[in-house]
Design a binder for this molecule. Structure first.
Ligand SMILES: Nc1ncnc2c1ncn2[C@@H]1O[C@H](COP(=O)(O)OP(=O)(O)OP(=O)(O)O)[C@@H](O)[C@H]1O
Length: 241
């Protein structure tokens, strides 16, 4: 438990640079010599079998867990959106988004962030009145308030119904195009990764074992087959088209 997230300096620096990362729980090594660089404005998705260490990596990048070796260089503390919204039930939506910000314009800034996610008319509403999709919109607004250089998304759409998930995909693409943070999305959904990411990583044996750059629709079906094979999902009975 030695090194941790250290600030990186120049404007040209990436959203995050990870070198030789190592993390173990007792004798169980989960991350070993992992290297990863995400540029600002770049959308990266991380796939991998259950238990391969995706959440462990994300929590280390977020500064929520210690690391046992290597280096994580980030210009600023990353913002995180989890699968569950983690809103405070006793605070109104704008106060949840403002995160205790004491500035005189805190309400105004929270209102702008909520407007960006389509909830500009719900400032004084309460988390209990939100649908699952709306709650995740508020969680995204709260993350954007931090003006992150790196946005970490830990399966934020997994609990949503299919249509809401597609709407959220459009929204998150828009927000990333506007604010240009680097993004790391942990997901189990190969199609979600293909729909959203510029670059898809597969984690295995504690490191990044495979990398795919998405480019245009023609390449997407190839990418899907390739990614499923990397994830060890091989159809013994191909589904007819
Ligand atoms: N606090 C902990 N103490 C001990 N072992 C842990 C702890 N957290 C995670 N692990 C172990 O580390 C490994 C990686 O877990 P992690 O949650 O990072 O995997 P994951 O890829 O995110 O899995 P999933 O896709 O199922 O969420 C697992 O074997 C898990 O049991």
């Amino acid at each position: 438990m030695t090194l941790h997230v250290v600030p990186s300096s120049t404007a040209a620096s990436p959203a995050v640079a990870v070198t030789h990362l190592y993390r173990a729980y007792g004798s169980r090594v989960v991350i070993e010599n992992l290297n990863l660089r995400i540029e600002r404005g770049e959308f990266v998705a991380l796939l991998g079998e259950s238990g391969c260490g995706k959440t462990t990596l994300l929590r280390a990048l977020a500064g929520l867990d210690p690391i046992d070796g290597g280096r994580i260089a980030a210009p600023r503390r990353p913002a995180v959106v989890f699968q569950e919204h983690r809103l405070l039930p006793w605070d109104t939506l704008w106060r949840n988004v403002a995160l205790g910000l004491q500035a005189a314009d805190a309400r105004e800034r929270a209102a702008a962030a909520l407007a960006e996610v389509g909830l500009g008319d719900r400032l004084d509403d309460w988390p209990r009145n939100l649908s699952g999709g709306e709650a995740q919109r508020v969680a995204l607004a709260r993350a954007l308030m931090q003006e992150p250089e790196l946005l970490l998304l830990d399966e934020p759409f997994a609990a949503l119904d299919a249509l809401t998930r597609i709407r959220m995909h459009h929204l998150v693409r828009e927000l990333v195009a506007t604010h240009r943070p680097g993004v790391l999305l942990v997901t189990h959904d190969v199609d979600e990764a293909i729909a959203l990411a510029d670059r898809i990583l597969v984690m295995r044996d504690g490191r990044i074992a495979f990398e795919h750059r998405t480019s245009g629709h023609g390449a997407r079906s190839i990418a899907r087959a390739e990614l499923l094979a990397e994830l060890g999902v091989v159809a013994s009975h191909p589904i007819p088209a």
